[in-house]
Design a protein around this ligand. Structure first.
Ligand SMILES: [Fe+2]
Length: 227
């Protein structure tokens, strides 16, 4: 495992590339994959009752699919331009989120390029527009599990997240889980900026659903690098 430092970049794509990327979810909307995912509501039974089976998110996956030669070329060029030749794209997609992700990490062994010779480098998030929503990046990390409940097993809570922060950003999360984490930074979703954070770090959305934001949309990539 190797933990890369968190960065935020401006102008990730050129204007022309960005316009093209923005057009994709609409051009290819028929192959977006609707996901019904009840467990995400487990900490909010009130919402589960209101939305018994709701569309939580859609993915438009690229992943070197030859159906998307232009997309894959644009993504590769942009990643190389900003990060050099040793950052490889393990997976890429456009996420349209209607309900916030719970805190998780993006890097367990064997997942999207991670093996004995390669570590999980950055998760990249490039919002396709300005959205009144944020990604919260925590200091804690794991290479063994992607979920906070498992990370918390056998650990004492650290109580670093106060009520003010919790109420502002994290009302979709279980307080008991958040008591095991501390906040590194908050990334506001601004069009064509890029959040680069270690895949091993826990991170998650703010509770944009409860703030009346109908959806948010971004290019997401999981990258890996040689040790
Ligand atoms: Fe993630």
């Amino acid at each position: 495992m190797k933990i890369l430092p968190t960065k935020v970049l401006d102008s990730f794509f050129t204007e022309e590339e960005f316009r093209y990327m923005k057009s994709l979810p609409f051009l290819y909307s028929e192959i977006n994959d609707g996901t019904f995912y009840d467990p995400i509501f487990k900490f909010r039974p009130d919402i589960q009752e209101k939305l018994p089976r709701s569309l939580v998110r859609r993915y438009l996956a690229f992943n070197d699919n030859p159906q998307f030669p232009d997309v894959n070329r644009i993504l590769k060029n942009a990643v190389q331009k900003h990060f050099g030749p040793n950052l490889y794209i393990g997976a890429s997609h456009i996420l349209t989120a209607f309900y916030p992700y719970l805190a998780h990490s993006d890097a367990v062994y064997g997942e999207f390029g991670i093996d004995d010779k390669h570590y999980g480098a950055y998760t990249l998030i490039i919002p396709l527009d300005n959205f009144e929503s944020n990604t919260v990046i925590f200091n804690e990390y794991s290479e063994k599990t992607k979920v906070v409940n498992v990370y918390a097993e056998g650990r004492e809570p650290i109580y670093k997240i106060d009520d003010e922060f919790y109420n502002r950003y994290l009302t979709h999360e279980a307080k008991e889980c958040m008591n095991h984490l501390s906040v590194e930074t908050v990334y506001p979703w601004r069009a064509n900026t890029c959040l680069a954070m270690s895949r091993y770090k826990f991170h998650g959305s703010d509770d944009f659903f409860s703030h009346g934001i109908p959806y948010k949309q971004a290019v997401i990539m999981w990258t890996y690098s040689p040790y």
